[in-house]
Design a binder for this molecule. Structure first.
Ligand code: NAD
Length: 360
């Protein structure tokens, strides 16, 4: 059914896509009209950070190779001090969601622009969403000041992403698309992008697992990740993201792996209340059932499909279910405590999503 009334927000980002486009980094900085760049990356990607710094030359005022998952406030403070003391007017974030997240934490306070060069499929580079972790709690928000103004998608930089991380990062991107399809503020444009994002990611991820150096598959995944980040940027998230945030926050689980395990089950839970979204997912996956298709995709990618394998204890399930329903996100189907506890138990054992839950 066509949604007759809707709001579509186009966000002001400039995107350069293609193999070898990292070499355009100096031009992108020129285009932004800035000239004092702090490069941020993780310790594991410090070589890449140094490469970016060399390309920028004397317009680079330093490298901060200390980005950590979920942006601890202490790390954000250190990076802000370095940016401030050196008079930075832009941050170049090269890496995954952790590096881009740190750049956002700097930009939020300093009001400076971000050039993002993503090397995973998490999608943060397209969103105005930030998160900072203090005393074990991640506070998130939306603010246009943290939206990267230039994004360079260079598939060559993803060739080094290990296959298991590629697979889970790609499933994380698919999760953004799935929830965008049944978001309360979905619209025809975001729905086209979300379905297309799932299609590209689901087709290319198995090829990456078989041939990690397949640059065409890498490009297609990165394109899917762009679409996924774009829809995450302007639509609301629901049950799936709620469960992942709750599990991640309470049990300190790995981000992309948690998304991979939970997604088929959250999709099954919502199936009976989001028929049109399920149709789009089925078409994109070329599968007879959305939730089963997502489960089969994860299994084919040879990544964990059980929360147990991520270190969750059975005894944790009750308090995760309680916490999730205590502060629910808007969701097509009401978040019912007992049904969510069942969903979590299926995810714990890595069972197939249940037909009863999927309403199939
Ligand atoms: P990540 O950035 O933490 O990267 C994981 C590891 O992989 C790091 O050690 C990193 O250095 C390494 N790595 C990254 N790219 C690589 C490559 N091409 N080759 C080899 N190693 C590489 O992981 P992520 O999944 O991209 O990001 C997760 C974080 O992003 C979470 O904190 C999540 O909450 C956040 N996130 C935020 C948004 C948003 O819109 N704000 C969206 C998605 C994710």
């Amino acid at each position: 059914m066509f949604r007759r009334t809707f709001l579509f927000s186009a966000l002001p980002a400039r995107v350069l896509f293609g193999a070898g486009t990292l070499s355009n980094l100096p031009n992108e900085i020129d285009e932004l009209g800035v000239g004092r760049a702090l490069v941020v990356c993780t310790p594991e990607q410090s070589d890449l950070g140094d490469t970016a710094a060399r390309m920028i030359g004397d317009r680079c005022i330093g490298v901060f190779p200390g980005a950590i998952m979920h942006v601890p406030v202490e790390t954000a403070r250190q990076a802000r001090v370095q940016a401030h003391d050196a008079g930075a007017d832009c941050v170049v974030a090269i890496g995954g969601g952790s590096s881009i997240g740190l750049a956002k934490a700097i930009a939020l306070e300093a009001g400076i622009q971000i050039v993002a060069i993503p090397t995973t499929y998490a999608g943060s580079e397209m969103t105005p969403i930030y998160g900072i972790t203090e005393n074990g709690t991640k506070k998130t928000g939306r603010d246009l000041r943290v939206l990267p103004r230039a994004v360079i998608y260079d598939p060559e930089l993803t060739l080094s992403l290990p296959t298991s991380m590629s697979a889970t990062s790609g499933m994380n991107a698919i999760a953004h698309c799935v929830e965008a399809l049944y978001a309360t503020n979905a619209n025809p444009i975001t729905s086209i992008m979300a379905e297309e994002g799932i299609r590209y990611l689901a087709r290319a991820l198995p090829r990456i697992v078989e041939r990690p150096q397949d640059i065409d598959a890498r490009a297609e995944c990165l394109y899917g990740a762009w679409l996924a980040g774009s829809v995450l940027a302007t639509t609301s998230v629901a049950l799936h993201h709620k469960l992942c945030h709750t599990l991640g926050g309470m049990l300190n689980l790995p981000h992309a792996e948690t998304h991979t395990v939970v997604l088929p089950h959250a999709t099954a839970y919502n199936a009976s209340a989001a028929a049109q979204a399920m149709g789009s997912i089925r078409h994109a996956l070329e599968s007879r059932d959305a939730a089963q298709g997502l489960f089969d995709l994860a299994a084919r990618l040879d990544v964990p499909v059980a929360l147990k394998a991520l270190g969750v204890r059975f005894a944790d399930l009750d308090r995760v279910a309680d916490a999730a329903v205590a502060a629910p996100y808007p969701n097509p189907r009401p978040m019912e405590r007992d049904a969510i506890r069942s969903l979590l138990e299926d995810a714990y054992w890595g069972r197939r999503p249940r037909a009863a839950l999927s309403g199939a």
